[in-house]
Design a protein around this ligand. Structure first.
Ligand SMILES: Cc1cc2nc3c(=O)[nH]c(=O)nc-3n(C[C@H](O)[C@H](O)[C@H](O)COP(=O)(O)OP(=O)(O)OC[C@H]3O[C@@H](n4cnc5c(N)ncnc54)[C@H](O)[C@@H]3O)c2cc1C
Length: 674
């Protein structure tokens, strides 16, 4: 049994002091290392980005004219697409560089890939689809299949542009539309632009000398090369029987893929910089009786219950009752803390944290037989410094005779050479090198999404947001009309460990704004500067100062690799937590005036024009309404951007020189624009 420092008040001050010293020493070891980890994957390294699951199919560039472009086909993009449909939006182009939908679940197909938040609350729209995942934690393939089902149900797949990267987006003030360009030469004009690029979609490799010289098989876990390893997501990697393989990293992806690799490879070296906390997962098949007993509204209730508990709120019930809710109950909101002063509570939380971490370390000792390996796998930092991992086989994999942990004491690999890697001054010859090194996180938004946006008057989003984000609710920003952004960490919104809950709430919010814009016959909406500045002030006032906590953490994603102060203080989540944030969004919608939003100042002619685009509120998602012979919106004709003026019944192209096209071209124009 782990020793609980709370059991002995006399002992716990001593334990705390000792542990604080130990945590700081472990942090300092890692801080002293140069952690420059942003490597642009270009030239000889560009192949790391290739899609191993589907060959790129050539196609012609598309010139198109749609109602909404959604960038990113993960759950954020799919939920946005679903809510845009519910809002009456007709033509939607979902664009993703992946060859299919699912986002991270398209890319991350490594053996053992699963969600680490319970699938009954992680997979969205379960009630609507009448679907219950077969296990408490679903396999990646099942999650991807569910994403495909959402795409089909909401007809987001038919017009999707896959294997296509968005390379730019420019606001056209004359047409009042976004022009989106892609690496396939597409130019798509759209009324609304939704950015659902994902917070963990840009893979990261360590900037190692000699990386490009490695002659064996090398790939990132989000581009798993089954043609080399054999087997499938369940394991049985027959191609590795005679292979010596190295895995770089011991974070969330490594925790899941090390056991199947260990069972299959001739020898597996696991190179560790910082150990993860690995607690019990206890996955199990879904109980059919429980599934039968679920009542309408169950999924949303369960999601809210989970998010409430894991963000320090109170609920009498713990519906999910897993490692996540345990952590928060034991560490953050123990009833033991009631009635304490803030300083006493902070100390009590620290003691509870220590007890929790002692439990994690004791588990390592119980499972891993070799004492030196067990010692190296013990994490020394406070529980929430890093996203905790939950797994029942990871630690045991280090008992396999063919699995060796190479602990680098925070330094990471030194270099790569033709036939392997160097760590701790020792050469390790390898046939395969697998980078479980995660994703770019917390960097400048436009760097992460891979393109810049140019808003009104040539304003670049990178310029506007480089000193720090400015937005209303993290969703929309002044100077970029009709642009809607899905949340990620520190994006002036609010997320928690179940990211899909946040994506779902925000997708509904986006759907509402679009529906109101269309219903009221407007072509554009835009947040005022005053409203977004006010939101920034609200955020700053709501944020609890946890800089001291973060500064004490071992370097990682949460504290910007040990440099928390380098992040703009504006790039934060709403400090009162996700449940309060979703309530705030709901109240904003219920109030009805779209406070802080202005609509495009439409002329009478444009109102007529806009009505032709917008279906009535009562129309179902797929109903298309056209009154009269008018072309719906701007389009291209003979390479010119054109709009139709419904009153004079002329087509005129915009550009230099102006072009007037007689109505005799109208049938052609209609064909082009629908
Ligand atoms: C292996 C793994 C497991 C995870 N497990 C969990 C979990 O259990 N619980 C949890 O809450 N979260 C988990 N996450 C976090 C995960 O990011 C979210 O749960 C969620 O799936 C994110 O959805 P998204 O739509 O925001 O982004 P993504 O799923 O990342 O989708 C974004 C898509 O945008 C595309 N894209 C980006 N830029 C461009 C561009 N310029 N042009 C075209 N396409 C572009 C990408 O290719 C990607 O497909 C996990 C993440 C990973 C990597």
């Amino acid at each position: 049994m782990p020793r609980n420092p709370l059991d002995s008040p006399l002992e716990h001050q001593q334990s705390l002091d000792d542990m604080r010293r130990k945590y700081r020493a472990e942090r300092d070891k890692r801080l002293s290392v140069d952690r420059s980890d942003l490597l642009d994957l270009e030239g000889e390294l560009a192949h790391y980005l290739d899609d191993p699951y589907l060959q790129a199919a050539p196609r012609r560039p598309i010139r198109d004219d749609v109602d909404a472009v959604v960038v990113g086909a993960g759950f954020g993009g799919l939920l946005s697409g679903a809510y845009l449909r519910k809002a009456g939006v007709n033509r939607i182009r979902l664009i993703d560089r992946a060859g299919g939908v699912g986002g991270v679940w398209y890319w991350n197909r490594y053996p053992g890939a699963m969600c680490d938040v319970e699938s009954y609350i992680y997979l969205p729209l379960l009630e609507e689809f009448g679907y219950i995942p077969s296990d408490k934690y679903a396999l990646g393939a099942d999650i991807r299949a569910h994403a495909e089902m959402i795409a089909r149900r909401y007809r987001l797949d038919a017009d999707a542009l896959l294997q296509t990267s968005v390379t730019g987006a420019r606001w056209d003030e004359v047409l009042r539309r976004w022009e989106v360009s892609t690496d396939r030469g597409d130019v798509i004009s759209t009324q609304f632009l939704v950015l659902a690029n994902g917070a963990l979609s840009k893979l990261k490799l360590p900037d190692l000398p000699g990386l490009e010289t490695f002659q064996g098989h090398a790939f990132h876990t989000s581009r798993w090369d089954y043609s080399y390893t054999g087997g499938d997501a369940r394991g049985d990697l027959t191609g590795l029987r005679d292979q010596v393989v190295g895995v770089v990293g011991t974070g969330a992806s490594a925790v899941q893929c090390v056991p199947p690799l260990g069972r299959s490879a001739k020898h597996l070296y696991v190179f560790q910089r910082t150990p993860s906390t690995v607690a019990v997962r206890a996955n199990r098949p879904t109980d059919p009786e429980w599934a039968q007993s679920l009542e309408p509204g169950w999924q949303y209730r369960r999601m809210v219950n989970f998010t409430t508990l894991v963000t320090g709120g109170h609920d009498d019930e713990d519906l999910v009752s897993d490692g996540w809710t345990d952590v928060y109950r034991d560490v953050l909101m123990s009833p033991k803390f009631a009635g304490l002063s803030p300083a006493e509570a902070a100390k009590a939380i620290e003691v509870a944290d220590l007890a929790k971490m002692e439990g994690v370390r004791a588990r390592v000792e119980q499972i891993v037989r070799d004492p030196a390996t067990a010692d190296a796998l013990k994490p020394y930092y406070r529980y929430l410094c890093k996203r905790p991992a939950f797994h029942d086989e990871f630690l045991d994999a280090f008992n396999y005779p063919n699995v060796t942990l190479v602990d680098t004491q925070g330094k990471g690999l030194e270099r790569v050479y033709e036939h392997g890697v160097v760590a701790n001054g020792v050469k390790f010859d390898l046939d395969g090198l697998i980078f479980a090194t995660g994703f770019e996180f917390g960097t400048l938004y436009t760097h992460r999404i891979g393109f810049d946006l140019v808003g009104r008057d040539g304003l670049k989003l990178s310029d506007k947001w480089s000193p720090g984000m400015v937005s209303l609710h993290g969703v929309t920003t002044h100077g970029f009309p009709n642009l809607l952004v899905l949340p990620g960490p520190g994006s002036q919104s609010s997320i928690s460990v179940n990211l899909v809950h946040a994506l779902w709430e925000n997708a509904a919010h986006i759907g509402y704004i679009v529906r109101r814009t269309l219903e009221e016959g407007h072509r554009t909406f835009e947040v005022t500067e005053a409203a977004e500045n006010e939101w920034v002030q609200t955020l700053l006032a709501s944020v609890r100062d946890i800089s001291a906590y973060l500064a004490d953490c071992t370097p990682g994603r949460r504290n910007n690799e040990g440099r928390p102060a380098d992040r703009s203080r504006q790039n934060v989540d709403y400090g009162k937590g996700p449940i309060a944030f979703y309530k705030l969004l709901r109240e904003w919608r219920d109030e009805g005036s779209l406070a802080g939003i202005t609509f495009g100042d439409l002329t009478r002619a444009k109102r007529t024009f806009a009505r032709n685009i917008a279906p009535p509120a009562s129309a179902g998602p797929y109903v298309k309404r056209r009154t009269g012979p008018h072309v719906k919106r701007g389009f291209r004709l003979a390479g010119k951007r054109c709009i139709l003026c419904p009153h004079v019944r002329l087509l005129f192209g915009i550009g230099m020189p102006w072009q007037v096209v007689l109505t005799s071209a109208m049938s052609n124009a209609r064909r082009l624009s629908t």
